[in-house]
Design a protein around this ligand. Sequence first.
Ligand SMILES: Nc1ncnc2c1ncn2[C@@H]1O[C@H](COP(=O)(O)OP(=O)(O)OP(=O)(O)O)[C@@H](O)[C@H]1O
Length: 508
Amino acid sequence: MSASKALVVLKDAALRPQHFGKNIFTNPLSLTIKPTQKWAITGTHKSRFLQGLAGQFTAVPAKSRTYPFLENKVWPATACSLIMFDTDIKPAYLAARYEFFREAEDADLEAFLRSAFHADATDMEALEHQEKIFKAVVERLGLTSMLKQWVVTLSNGQNRRARIARGLLKSPRLLLADEPFLGLDPGATENLAKLLDELAPNPYVVLGLRAHEPIPSWITHVAVVDESGIIDSGTKEEVASTIKRLIDQRNSLSHKADLFDFKAENMVPPFREGVESIIDIDHATIKYEDRMVINDLKWVVKRGERWHLRGNNGSGKSTLLSMLTADHPKSWNSKIKMFDEPRKVGKHNYFTINRVIGHASPEIHAIFPKTLTAFQAVENGFTVGSFLPPSVSAHVAGGLTERQRVERVNKLLEYFKVKGETLFSDLTLNDQKVVLFIRAIVRNPEILILDEAFSAMNDESIFRCKKFVDEWGGTVIAIGHVNDEIPRCDKYIRLHGGNTKPEQGIIE
Ligand SMILES: Nc1ncnc2c1ncn2[C@@H]1O[C@H](COP(=O)(O)OP(=O)(O)OP(=O)(O)O)[C@@H](O)[C@H]1O
C-alpha cells in the first residue's frame, strides 16, 4: 500500500441500487479523497453518499469508483466499514433492559466486542496485536468498567460507543462514521472526536455530519451533498459559505407561515380538579448490585410544567423515565406518587399508569412493529402501553369515538406530511420518528415524555413538532443532548449518576 495513493476516487460516477436501477443522485459524482485529507460529508443526502463511498450500490460505469490505496485483491466493501446509527438502533426490549435474568443469547460487552475479531488470527503475534488494540480501543472509549455488563443494559450513549469500538476492532482500512456524535454528551463527544482524529492511517476516517453540527477542528475538507449530487466540495474554508447558506435556510424555516396552520383542536390537556402534582418522587434511590445510578432523587412535577431532563450518558435519565412508565422493576414504590396518589400494587398497574402517558424514545423505535402502516402506527397510540402490539393491548384510551380517532390520526398525519398508507418500514427515518411522535401525542396524554424524540429528524419536522408541543398545554418531560432538538422547557433536572445528588433549576 502506498501512503500517497488516493483512498477513494469518484469520476463521473452514477450510483444505483442495482446495475439497471434508477440513479440515486441525479448528477454524476466526482470527488477524490486523499490520505492526507480528513473529510466530513454533510447535506441532506450525506448518508447515501457515505454508503456509496463504503462500496455499497453499483457504480456505473464500473471504473468510475476506485480505491487506489487498496491492493488489487481487496474487496472495497469489506475493507471499508460504515457505522450508521440512525437505521440500526439497539434492539433492547424496553422492560427487558431492567430485568435481572437474561436469555442465553445475550452477550456481555466484552463478548460483543471480541466477536469483531477474525477467528482465523491464531498465531501469537496476531493475538498479541489484537489484545493491544482491544485494550487501547476500550480504554479510549471509556468502556473498561462496563466489560462484564450485558450489552442490553448499556445506556444509549454507552451503546453507541460500544458499536464504534466494535467497528474499530474489525480493523477496517477506511472507517465511515455517520453522525457518530448523535446522542453523546459533550465530554463523550470531545473524547470521541479526538480519537477519530488520531486514528489515521489505521484506519482512515470519513465523518457524516448534519450541517448545523459543529465540524471538528481537525476536519480539513467537506463535501455538501443533496439529491442532485455534490453541490460543493473543497477545504473547510472553501465550502464555508455553502454551509452557512444551509444553516440560514434552516433558521428561516421557523418563520414559514404554513408551519403554523395546525390548530390542536380537541387536544386541550385533561384537567384534574384539586390535584397538586402530576409526579412526586420522594427521595428515591436506584442501584444495580453495588452501583448507585440514581442518588436520593426528590422531584415534583406540577401540571403544565415543561422539564428538560439533563445528564451525561449513563447518568440515569432513561432509568428515571422507565420508573415513571412502569418499565422498571422498581417502579412499584410508594415513594412515587402520580396525581397525588402513591403507587401501589393492586391499585395501579402498567395500564393504569401508562393510560396518562404519551412516550416516544429510541427504545420504542427499536422494537416498534415495522409491518404496520403509518396510519396503524399512529392509531396504535390510542392503545395503552409503550410497546405492546395492538392485538395484545386492547386498552383503548382517549375518550373519542372511532370516527373521531380516525379523523384525528388523519389530520395529524396530514399536518406532519406523512402518507398514512406507507408501511412503517418503508418510511424514511425522519418520517418514522415523526410517526412515533404523533403516536405519543395522538391520545392527548396528561404527561408527554420525549426521549431523544426529535433527534435524527430533519429541520422542518423538528420545527413542526416543537411548534406543536409549544402550543399544546400539557406536562412535558424531554431528554435531548442538543438544545435545538427539544421543545421549549422552563425547568431542568440534572442527574449525575450515583456520585452526586440530582440538581434542579429554572431555565432562563
Ligand atoms: N440492568 C442493569 N445492570 C447494570 N447496570 C445497568 C442496568 N441498566 C442500566 N444500567 C446502567 O445504569 C446507568 C444509567 O443508564 P441510563 O440508560 O439510565 O442512562 P442515561 O442517562 O439514559 O444515558 P444516555 O444519555 O446514554 O441515554 C448506565 O451506566 C447503565 O450502564
